[in-house]
Ligand binder design. Structure first.
Ligand SMILES: NC(=O)c1ccc[n+]([C@@H]2O[C@H](COP(=O)([O-])OP(=O)(O)OC[C@H]3O[C@@H](n4cnc5c(N)ncnc54)[C@H](O)[C@@H]3O)[C@@H](O)[C@H]2O)c1
Length: 379
């Protein structure tokens, strides 16, 4: 089965969403807009018909985000337990946007169904769970997709497009700086503790490790990191415990093909101009972009001048949401893969590698040494 890249709907793809906090509602909003934008002959491309979340207030947020438009007018069903949602026989796809430490359990149940699955990053909080989930995903025919959507941001996608033209020559270095605001408040404050998130370099930075690996075109072999919790959340307390989350770090990654990666993270730097800056240097040119931003700068070494490449949000991306239209594109690509039977663009392997790099960085910080990655072994 292949073909779709556009018109199809004789009926909408029917979605369930598990976890309807901030990101679950963001997925619902994206699906509502996608349903309308890609409708064919008045039939929505997708509709959200079921939600699962143990927190009643979150379910209310989810119902409000879907509204009548999200469900094509059908009443939305809500469940306190994701297993009840998965028992339905009328769904095509499920989005998992529950807290990181619940992904492994929810995924094991979701992957046992024939539904197409999109799971939010990080795939799981431990390498062991990621490997277990990878085994399950390999044994099924249905799509399994990991929500690493940064690659679809217009500026990032344009940078990756320039890189593919070969303008840089041989890629040698990639550096990503994220200087942003502290972690937001979450339902039940789950994100205040490393045991729930996998650690900042897994939870947050899996996005950047995924981009580094895409740019490098190779897998990582060595990770060196320095980091700590120096500023944020030190005056907070939950059930007598103070949060234990890294708020700044430098991470250096060596890739198997010799490309070097560097991450510069500060989560107490919201006063800066850009939240993220991405720089790629090859033996012929340098690429630069920023998020938010709509331009990629291409600087050849021959000093012929910096070329500016526009990176606007495409006109058919009708919802920018929290992530500059990237979640909308992610869902459109996911739908296309479901309808065409094509494999996932963002795979379980991508999810695993991005977690491996974060886990290795945390181990490097904790043990003050270089950490080696041999396949999926961190040592
Ligand atoms: N891709 C991105 O850019 C991005 C951005 C933000 C969050 N996320 C990811 O989305 C996920 C959710 O984060 P959030 O910011 O929405 O958190 P949140 O706290 O706002 O929402 C999480 C929701 O999950 C619910 N929940 C808890 N246990 C559950 C379970 N077993 N089954 C179903 N629901 C459960 C909670 O009640 C809450 O409503 C996390 O994995 C996070 O890393 C991804």
């Amino acid at each position: 089965m292949t073909a779709p890249s556009s018109p199809v709907p004789a009926r909408p793809l029917r979605y369930g969403v598990i976890g309807t906090g901030m990101m679950g509602c963001e997925h619902i909003a994206n699906l509502v807009h996608l349903g309308r934008t890609d409708a064919v002959d008045g039939v929505a491309a997708v509709e959200v018909v079921a939600l699962a979340d143990p927190t009643p207030c979150s379910l209310e947020w989810g119902v409000a985000a879907a509204g009548p438009a999200g469900t094509g007018g059908t009443a939305i069903d809500t469940y306190a337990d994701h297993r009840s949602l998965l028992e339905r026989d009328d769904l095509d796809a499920v989005v998992i946007a529950s807290p990181n430490h619940t992904h492994a359990t929810v995924l094991r149940d979701a992957l046992a169904t024939g539904l197409a699955v999109m799971v939010e990053k990080p795939l799981c909080t431990t390498v062991e769970d990621c490997l277990d989930v990878r085994r399950m995903a390999a044994d099924r025919d249905a799509l399994t997709w990991v929500g690493l959507e940064y690659r679809y941001m217009p500026a990032v996608a344009t940078l990756l497009g320039e890189l593919r033209t070969g303008v840089c020559g041989t890629t040698r270095m990639v550096s990503i700086r994220e200087h942003r605001f502290p972690f937001l408040v979450k339902v039940g404050n789950w994100n205040r503790f490393t045991a729930n998130t996998g650690g900042t370099l897994v939870e947050k930075c899996c996005h950047f490790f995924d981009l580094m690996r895409l740019v490098a075109g190779a897998d990582p072999v060595r990770v060196m990191a320095s980091g700590g919790q120096d500023v944020n959340h030190l005056d907070e307390e939950y059930d007598g415990r103070v949060p234990d989350i890294v708020d700044n770090a430098f991470v250096i990654v060596d890739f198997a093909n010799g490309v070097r990666g560097a991450l510069d993270l500060s989560m107490f730097a919201e006063g800066g101009r850009h939240e993220q800056e991405i720089v790629v240097v090859g033996d012929r040119a340098k690429l630069e972009t920023a998020v938010p931003g709509d331009t990629v700068f291409v600087g050849p070494r021959d000093r012929s001048g910096v070329r500016e490449v526009a990176a606007p949000t495409p006109a058919d991306v009708t919802y920018a949401g929290f992530h500059h239209g990237s979640s909308f594109v992610e869902h459109r690509r996911f739908v296309d893969c479901v309808r065409s039977g094509r494999p996932a663009e963002v795979t379980v392997d991508d999810g695993l590698w991005s977690v491996l790099m974060g886990v290795a960085a945390h181990r490097s910080i904790d043990e003050g040494r270089v950490v080696h990655l041999e396949g999926s072994t961190v040592r």
